[in-house]
Design a protein around this ligand. Structure first.
Ligand code: HEC
Ligand code: HEC
Length: 333
């Protein structure tokens, strides 16, 4: 894909979001929202191959440090998910392991059994149960959309319409008890290895490098292990030189004054405080997308208005810096 296509303008599908905003926030606040262009590169999406190739059910695959093996057909089964490291988590509730066919796939299929998640969906380990329940409700009632209109009809929005309330509660209580253990490696560069887009993720592409050009690019160290849904695969995030220090300054001082310091609400170590979710050590590409979602009003449920003044004047450069800093913090005490 050429750079021209990558940086093309994405029109913000703000119809629903903006209508709802005018009822939930003052019109003054809405008009104060400076124009903002959604960076298309922050929302990688490649069309699924059609027809979908039939997954192999013969060859058994392995991942490092696991005694188990699965075929690609088993790995791709959203109604009885692969569990490479059963000793790494308590017994899985049925909602996390099996879901309910044909429409409500198991939470652990995408967010992984230990809740470490994948950059394209998000980490559930350690999020407060109430927060998880509220987010699923927001996906369902359309107050949590994506700034990329294609993704506003993604798996989570569809799933939220089908999943039983009792299954959301059982999975939320389960994920709340888990600790986020994956450590993000954030690397500052002027040139980034060339990448390709796979589904909703970047993967290493052709040999060689290209200018980072203000972007934040998160890739699995090995795409094959990501595809095997291996929770142990390391992810690397490339950001422009100077991002982490800039992010630390913005986070501490607050992008719009002390009341907007990330620590003021998310806690001194960014590990969450009361109802405010933990953000330290979560996938930087997902933190970036959430900041964009708040900034454009795509995320506009009643609790998310707290984030509105924080993101109101942020530039993409600020968001990349904050995502790099926050994502590189220790994910647990
Ligand atoms: C088929 C894949 C898939 C399945 C299955 C799935 N999710 Fe998700 N989930 C996603 C994606 C993709 C996102 C990111 C959406 C976004 O931010 O726009 C997401 C985001 C979330 C978030 C927001 C996390 C955050 O940090 O804000 C929560 C909470 C969540 N999912 C809960 C669940 C629960 C509970 C289940 C099981 C009942 C579940 N998900 C099953 C794909 C999935
Ligand atoms: C005034 C309080 C407040 C401040 C200041 C604040 N946040 Fe938040 N933040 C929240 C609340 C509340 C939520 C949950 C919103 C919801 O429930 O939809 C949130 C959610 C988030 C999320 C989404 C997490 C997820 O997994 O879905 C991110 C990312 C985030 N904040 C980043 C930041 C950063 C970076 C800063 C500093 C620049 C910051 N926040 C400052 C209150 C705050």
């Amino acid at each position: 894909m050429t750079r021209r296509v990558m940086t093309r303008r994405v029109t913000i599908a703000c119809m629903t979001a903006c209508v709802a905003l005018s009822t939930s926030a003052s019109l003054g606040a809405q008009s104060a929202r400076a124009p903002f262009e959604v960076p298309a590169w922050a929302f990688p999406t490649a069309p699924a191959p059609s027809p979908a190739p039939k997954p192999d059910s013969v060859v058994r695959h392995r991942v490092p440090n696991s005694t188990r093996s699965y075929t690609m057909r088993q790995v791709g089964n959203g109604f009885d998910i692969p569990d490479w490291f059963p000793a790494s988590h308590p017994p899985l509730p049925s909602s996390v392991q099996y879901g309910v066919a044909p429409n409500a796939r198991a939470c652990g299929f995408c967010h992984l059994p230990d809740g470490q998640g994948r950059p394209e969906n998000g980490t559930l380990a350690g999020l407060p149960a109430d927060y998880i329940i509220r987010q699923v409700a927001a996906f369902k009632n359309g107050t949590r959309l994506s700034a990329n209109p294609v993704l506003s009809t993604n798996s989570m929005h569809t799933l939220a319409k089908w999943v039983a309330d009792s299954d959301v509660v059982s999975s939320a209580r389960y994920f709340e008890t888990l600790a986020l253990t994956r450590r993000n490696r954030v690397v500052e560069v002027t040139r980034v290895p060339k990448t390709r887009i796979e589904g909703m993720l970047y993967a290493y592409g052709d040999k060689g490098t290209e200018p980072i050009d203000g972007r934040l690019i998160e890739v699995p160290e090995t795409f094959a292990r990501h595809e095997l849904r291996d929770p142990g695969v390391p992810y690397i995030t490339y950001v422009p030189v100077g991002s982490i220090a800039r992010g630390r300054r913005l986070a501490t001082r607050g992008p719009a004054g002390p009341a907007t310091s990330c620590m003021a609400c998310h806690g001194a170590d960014l590990l969450g405080k009361d109802a405010v979710p933990p953000i330290a050590g979560r996938a930087p590409s997902n933190i970036l997308r959430q900041l964009i979602n708040f900034r454009t009003g795509a995320r506009h449920d009643s609790a998310s208005v707290t984030m509105a003044p924080v993101v109101e004047k942020m530039t993409v450069r600020d968001m990349v810096a904050l995502a790099a800093y926050v994502g590189s913090r220790a994910p647990k005490r």
